[in-house]
Design a protein around this ligand. Structure first.
Ligand code: PLP
Length: 393
């Protein structure tokens, strides 16, 4: 028996455990400190009423013989695929319901999609990055080429036509940087992916934060994307579903490589390895897409948006370079006075009792940067910004 040795060469993911360790050591020594956490990537507001009601109704259905649901379709119930299709249509993207696959969240699908691709492929991944893209490829022993995201390109790397690529990862609005690609920039990426015969994996987990109508929410708003892109989306941030687990992956019927339909291959993969998201969760997800559900989600998103704007304005007033915070729940700031990421982490914790995420934990280009998130309460965010002003003004 031989192990997959690629697992053994993975680096320990120590970012969040190191943060927890430093915070608990500090609070043990300073029990009076009122620590505010601005590093969390999890939502804090509850589900909207429409989703809760649908969940209750589905639970009741599961308790009666006449309405009980056992195994469902692996690719999701039609009622939810239709709801997602109509959601896309509401901002001008026409999809086939067959292009939409319901899953238990974007993280699983982003990892599992790699089943379709050979281990010899060359993968383009931005640095800094959501670590799942990197680690899932390292697990398969794939060759990764990192694209530098930095202050010069606004943390939005663009294609290098001389670089060969088979698989490309883009995330917009971005985690961890909050940067958002423009329509022209994504058009360039789509042209490049088609020219390379590559597959563009587009993570749209934060699309619901995009308010500027000039900015694309889906890669399928871009001409040519149907022949090169797969989109991953999630109800985690849109509707507070992090603990519910529901997402969707879109693979257009036009996407073919080596003469094969990727949509057909993914269906084959899912029907073999996945038994579908749970019925009550899919019912709750469908309720999110009703007018009442959308209104409930909008109210919650507005709270996070206002938090993000407040953080961004405070940093602007302090003269600190940053991206994100607009059309995104993440704010990516340069550490003041040339500080390194962990140095700034310690300063913030000790002098302002604030916790964020050191940028260096997301890749080498994150060194000297720091991520703040807008998922806290308005009161905590306001208090945190007062403390930041006191510390840095
Ligand atoms: N993609 C990105 C960029 C994320 O930041 C996250 C979660 O933080 C996910 C995907 C995972 O989302 P889900 O909760 O749907 O698995």
């Amino acid at each position: 028996m031989k192990l997959n040795e690629h697992y053994l060469s993975l680096e320990e993911s120590y970012l969040f455990s190191e943060i927890a360790h430093r915070v608990s050591r500090y609070t043990a020594e300073h029990p009076e400190a009122q620590v505010i956490r601005m590093g969390i990537g999890d939502v804090t507001l509850p589900l909207c009423d429409a989703a809760v009601q649908a969940l209750h109704e589905a639970a009741d259905e599961q308790g009666k013989k006449e309405t009980f649901h056992g195994y469902g379709p692996e690719q999701g119930y039609d009622f939810l695929r239709e709801a997602v299709k109509n959601y896309y249509a509401s901002y001008g993207v026409t999809l086939d319901a067959a292009d939409i696959f319901i899953g238990d969240g974007a993280k699983s699908d982003v990892g599992n999609i790699l089943d379709l691709f050979d281990a010899d492929n060359t993968v383009l991944i931005p640095d800094p990055v959501y670590p799942v893209y990197r680690d899932t490829n390292l697990m398969a022993g794939r060759r990764i080429v990192y694209m530098d995201a930095n202050r010069e390109n606004g943390f939005l790397p663009m294609p290098d036509p001389t670089q060969k690529a088979d698989i490309i990862y883009l995330c917009s609005p971005n985690n961890p940087t909050g940067a958002v690609y423009s329509r022209d920039q994504l058009t360039e990426w789509v042209r490049y992916a088609n020219a390379q015969d590559a597959v563009l994996l587009f993570d749209a987990a934060y699309e619901a934060f995009v308010q500027d109508p000039e900015l694309p929410r889906s890669i399928f708003e871009i001409e040519g994307a149907r022949t090169c892109a797969i989109e991953f989306c999630s109800l985690s941030k849109t509707a507070g579903f992090t603990g519910m687990r529901c997402g969707y992956t879109v693979i257009p019927g036009d996407l073919k490589r080596g003469g094969a339909s990727l949509r057909a291959l993914w269906l084959r993969r899912q029907t073999t390895k996945f038994n579908g998201a749970s019925y009550p969760v899919q019912r709750a997800a469908a309720a999110v897409f009703t007018p009442e559900g959308m209104e409930g989600c909008r109210k919650n998103l507005e709270v996070y948006r206002q938090n993000a704007l407040l953080i961004s304005r405070t940093l602007t007033d302090l003269g600190i370079w940053h991206v994100g915070g607009v059309n995104s729940p993440y704010i990516w700031m340069q550490c003041p006075n040339g500080m390194r990421s962990w140095e700034f982490f310690d300063l913030l914790l000790e002098k302002a009792h604030l916790v964020g995420t050191p940028g260096s934990g997301f890749g080498k280009n994150g060194e000297g940067f720091f991520r703040l998130t807008a998922f806290g309460s308005p009161e905590a965010t306001q208090e945190a910004m007062e403390r930041l002003k006191k510390l840095l003004a």
